[in-house]
Structure formats: structure tokens, C-alpha cells
Design a protein around this ligand. Structure first.
Ligand code: PXL
Length: 276
């Protein structure tokens, strides 16, 4: 048997819903073989759930990336990259790998924590990561940061941000609007440099959605590894994360992660796609 190989360069969410834990679960559900290069370990205070972020030494990150890439990776994803040095290291490794199936999830915040991890990282992402992105997957806040426009509040502003991010070299821009746009659906926008496609799902009233952003990006990565087109990769990923959010569950009094096994176990939700 052979499996497609997927690598995530990202942080560990000890609580298991986001980060490399989300990526590995999602890779597995898509029938790919997941590998990791860990950037940081995130822990949560048991009393308050305040996050602490512990960075790994840069040499340890470089060794992990070299280990994984030496096996012949099919698709690569980046997640939480805590410093400019880490971003540059990931970007250089991606460039040297020559891989085209590259998904950049420009993680800037964890849910519930509103400040950008480190403001210099936005420019570093633009310089070192976006030029190699086959797909970049910002949420609304991250799209506004990368575009320099401020957070988009409606579809027209999402389109403007998507165009600006595309100008930074990302071939496809997938902005995760989710519930944030305030309409009747959970709506995400794909821009491929020519066409805008809106992917819409019925809004879930379940608010246990920790890890949704990492999960959709990881699903796109696995689908690309499995030779899906970008449009098909995004469609399946939206189905996958919609099912995962609908079946999110309460881990403790602070957090409710998505359920990564939902689509395969419980079925595929309906997604509508519209050219807008
Ligand atoms: O959801 C963003 C995210 C990404 N990566 C790691 C995280 C989080 C949020 O908790 O912990 C490691």
C-alpha cells in the first residue's frame, strides 16, 4: 500500500481541537499519511484556560522539517508560526522543496485571544509564505491584516481583500467568512485570480467550533495531496468542516472542539457554490 504524504508545520494545541492535532486527525480522515514539524506547544491554565505559548528551538524545527521532507512529501500546510524567524524558516524550506501543493493557514490569533501573536509576523508572512501558497486560508481578521484593509465586513470588502492578497503571490485565496458576515449562511469566498466563488452552508447553532479554521485548511491540504483540483479540494473541505462544526462538542467549561470524524461517520452536509 502507498499513501499520499501530508506535512503540517504548526503548533501543538494540547487541548486537541486545533493545531497539529486537528491537522493529523483531518489528514487521517482523508486517507493521507500525516507528518508534523512542531513550532510551538500551547498549554492552557486549568483554572482560567489562559493560553501559554512555548516555542521550540529553531534548530529543532529545521530538523523536523528536514526529516519529513526527506520522505517525499506530497502536500504541505503551515499553521501557527510564532516569530518572523520561524516564518522565514518555513518559507525557505517550502521554496527549497519545490512543492506546489502548499496551503498557508496564516494563524494570527487563537479563538478568544484577540491580539496578533506578534505584529511583525504579518509582513513576514507576506514576504516569505504568500509567494509559495497554492491556497491561503485567512479568516476575516487575518484577511484584513494581510490585505492591509482592516477586517472585511461584507462580501464586497472580502473581494477587495482577496484581490490584494492575491497580488502578494498567493494563487488562490480562500477567506473563511464563516458565521462572521452576519447573513443567513456560513459563507466562505474563493478567489483564483479570475473568479470569485462563494461556498455556503446552513448556519449551525452549535457554538462549539474550536479548531474549525485549522481543520478546513488541513482538509484542503489532504485533498490536494489526493490530486483534487483546488475548487474540488475546497468544496470537500467545506463539507468536512461543516459536518465537524455541526457535531462540535463540549470538552470542558472553556472549550468545545469540532468533531473531525463527523463527515465520514455521520454523512455529508449540503454546500452551495455560487459565482459572485
Ligand atoms: O485555532 C488556531 C490555533 C492554531 N494552532 C494552535 C492553537 C490554536 C488555537 O488554540 O492552539 C496550536
Amino acid at each position: 500500500m502507498t499513501l499520499k504524504k501530508t506535512l503540517t508545520i504548526a503548533g501543538s494545541d494540547t487541548s486537541g481541537g486545533a493545531g497539529i492535532q486537528a491537522d493529523l486527525k483531518t489528514f487521517q480522515e482523508h486517507g493521507t499519511y500525516g507528518m508534523t514539524a512542531l513550532t510551538v506547544v500551547v498549554t492552557m491554565d486549568p483554572e482560567t484556560w489562559t493560553h501559554s505559548v512555548y516555542s521550540l528551538p529553531i534548530d529543532v524545527l529545521k530538523s523536523q522539517i528536514a526529516t519529513a521532507l526527506s520522505t517525499g512529501v506530497d502536500a504541505i500546510k503551515t499553521g501557527m508560526l510564532s516569530t518572523e524567524e520561524v516564518i522565514e524558516t518555513a518559507g525557505n524550506a517550502i521554496q527549497q522543496s519545490g512543492l506546489s501543493k502548499v496551503v498557508i493557514d496564516p494563524v494570527m490569533v487563537c479563538k478568544g485571544d484577540d491580539e496578533v501573536l506578534n505584529p511583525g509576523t504579518v509582513d513576514a508572512m507576506i514576504q516569505h509564505l504568500l509567494p509559495y501558497a497554492l491556497v491561503v486560508t485567512p479568516n476575516l481578521f487575518e484577511a484584513g491584516q494581510l490585505a492591509g484593509t482592516g477586517t472585511p465586513k461584507n462580501l464586497d470588502e472580502m473581494k477587495i481583500a482577496a484581490k490584494k492578497i492575491h497580488e502578494h503571490g498567493a494563487k488562490n485565496v480562500f477567506i473563511k467568512g464563516g458565521k462572521g458576515l452576519g447573513g443567513d449562511t456560513a459563507a466562505d469566498l474563493l478567489f483564483d485570480g479570475e473568479t470569485f466563488t462563494l461556498y455556503e452552508a446552513e448556519k449551525s447553532d452549535n457554538h462549539y467550533n474550536h479548531g474549525a479554521g485549522c481543520t478546513v485548511a488541513a482538509a484542503i491540504t489532504a485533498n490536494l495531496a489526493n490530486d483534487f483540483s483546488v475548487k474540488d479540494a475546497v468544496l470537500e473541505a467545506k463539507q468536512f468542516v461543516t459536518a465537524a462544526i455541526s457535531n462540535g462538542w463540549q470538552l470542558n467549561q472553556f472549550v468545545g472542539p469540532v468533531y473531525h470524524g463527523a463527515k465520514n461517520k455521520l454523512g455529508t452536509p449540503t454546500i452551495t457554490t455560487t459565482t459572485v
